[in-house]
Design a protein around this ligand. Structure first.
Ligand code: DHB
Ligand code: FE
Length: 282
């Protein structure tokens, strides 16, 4: 079986993608310091543990899928994933290696468990995927790490519920347990926390709700699965619904996890950023 060595949640704000290459010049910048200073601990964990595979649970923001065709759950099964200019002006970074065999195993296993998956043998990946990868593998040193994009619709209603996503994560965990290889897998849940980018409530942040989510997701994620997508939109803003990506990651881990590192910072680009590194307790 493949072994899940940990789960990491991180923000994927495009502005971070622009700041990452300049990080070493921003060490004394009051805007970026509280954000970047949370990452060395998680990066050193990644360097020490050396995961073979990263399953990246993210949402596409209009690069690969647009409103005309919007799968609820799409999983990459390509040998390589390419990043492309999505119009933010953030640097395009080197391609990501895929793991098509494991992707197909996960897809087959999920379909057998009644999750209807769109399988993608070609896939462009946007900031939702690339920003976390370049944050965690500083200097884009992710060569040799095989990636599996798990793309969930958080853009166009109707969105899958927190419970559905948590169950999807649990099913991904079972798929990894039945895989004959022995890869070390890290699961990333990207995006969040509270943010609303447009409309009357643009700039909306709910620190109390975010901190409650960051606490409950550790030992009582099932309580969070009782929230609806509308609860999330009301409490965390329209784009705060990205929290379903975190719950997918959490579902893939075991029942008991321990917190290796956690950080919460407001705000980057009108968004609350949450960083959490969990290890399976067993
Ligand atoms: C922004 C975009 C995102 O996808 C996100 O999750 C947070 C912020 C932005 O445009 O700033
Ligand atoms: Fe986003």
């Amino acid at each position: 079986m493949a072994r899940i060595v940990g789960g990491i949640t991180t923000s994927h704000i495009p502005a971070i993608g622009g700041a990452v290459p300049k990080e070493d010049q921003l060490v004394n910048d009051p805007y970026w310091l509280p954000f970047f200073s949370a990452y060395p601990r998680v990066r050193s964990w990644v360097q020490d543990v050396k995961p073979d595979v990263a399953i990246v649970v993210y949402n596409d923001h209009g690069l690969n899928f647009f409103l005309d065709k919007m799968p609820t759950f799409a999983i990459g099964a390509a040998p390589q994933y390419i990043n492309s200019d999505e119009g933010w002006g953030i640097p395009t970074i080197p391609p990501f290696e895929g793991h098509p065999e494991l992707s197909w195993h996960i897809i087959e296993s999920l379909v057998n468990e009644e999750f209807d998956i769109t399988s993608c043998q070609e896939m462009l990946v946007d900031h939702g995927f690339t920003v976390p990868m370049s944050l965690l593998w500083k200097g884009n040193t992710y060569q040799g790490v095989k990636t599996i994009p798990v793309c969930i619709n958080t853009v166009q209603y109707p969105l899958p519920s927190p419970l559905r996503c948590y169950k999807l994560g649990q099913a991904i965990g079972r798929a990894l347990a039945s895989w004959p290889g022995n890869e070390k897998v890290v699961v990333l849940g990207t995006g969040g926390l509270s943010h609303q980018l447009d409309g009357e409530r643009a700039g909306f942040i709910n620190k109390k709700f975010d901190l409650m989510c960051m606490e409950k997701i550790v030992d009582h994620p099932e309580e969070l699965t009782r929230l609806s997508v509308l609860d999330l939109a009301r409490e965390a803003g329209a784009q705060g619904t990205e929290f379903i990506l975190w719950l997918t990651m959490r579902g893939a881990l075991g029942d008991k996890v321990s917190v290796v590192h956690r950080n919460y910072h407001v705000a980057i680009s009108n968004t609350a950023t949450g960083l959490l590194l969990l290890e399976n307790a067993a």
